[in-house]
Design a protein around this ligand. Sequence first.
Ligand code: IPM
Ligand code: MG
Length: 364
Amino acid sequence: MATFNIFVLPGDGIGPEVTAEGVRVLEAIGQRFEHVFKFEQDLVGGASIDAHGVAILPEVLEKAKASDAVLFGAVGGPKWDNPNADVRPEQGLLALRSGLQLWANLRPVVAIPALINASTLKPEVIEGVDLVVIRELTSGLYFGKPQERRVVNGRREAVDTNYYNEDEISRVAHLGFRMARERRKKLTSLDKANVMASSRLWREVVTEVSKEYPDVTLEHVLADAMTMYLIRRPRDFDVIIADNMFGDIITDEASMLTGSMGMLPSASIGTLREDGTGLGMYEPIHGSAPDIAGKGLANPLAMILTTAMLLRHSCGLEEEARAVEQAVTDVIEAGDRTADLAAPGAPHLSTREMAERVLARLGA
Ligand code: IPM
Ligand code: MG
């Protein structure tokens, strides 16, 4: 019987209520497939700022590092919203990404037939969309130095640095090609090689790595043009790789394609062991949604699909991951809806009730 240590960081807003359902799903999987999941929980984001004055304590970061996987809710809310504050909830997230060396962020976007009308795009554009964005997560504009404000000759100025070295690029490229190989064998790499030196290096390294994957078709697309292609012909894309900043932007756009952000999981992973698994951090895309927090309105399915990614990438439990994904597909096809998915005025399930439907499908 395998044992997995899961470090739970519920965070703020709807984070705690959806994370609780994720934990229940993992417990159900443990029972059904005879694994032991041990949970430890701590504070991150605004909750940690209120308790300790920082977005994450060093010892909490250490516990995250020592775990097998981190299950993360969401951080932020109006209470801590001042972007000029020295202490901000997002710092917890960035500290985890960099401290755990989670250099790849995976955000799959799959159109679910039963929800096809939830999109603002026409059904015929959305039908069959099945893509994954891999965003570089620990370098580029987010972490390059200098990153500072200063006063020069009495005038305020600020600088961010889009630093990349070839190793940081090639590991993302390899991951992208390996994933594409298991899928539809197409890799789209985003950059602004027409303008930026860092992008020209990105394109050069990705092209070099492509020689090792002759079976995968590579295309380079300028990041600005990609924002158009993504809404015009999203079905054309399979695996997309992007640097930290372009990846941030394109994943927000991608998350809107299907119109059901409450259904989208994400995984942040680093260098994997021989067996293909490794420490990762798993979080739903939707964020803390403070306006609906504590009301039982949140859709737990993104978090539940997030646990499937945790099972797959950190525990190597593919069959278990698929069981969770199937259970979610089944409840959606059966017509179960939380408020975000229900037609206006139509009855809907609470966070807890929706999770119960999934648990029932899992035999819990
Ligand atoms: C994301 C978010 C974060 C980012 C914020 C909250 C710091 O937008 O995970 O995409 O910019 O990376
Ligand atoms: Mg973002």
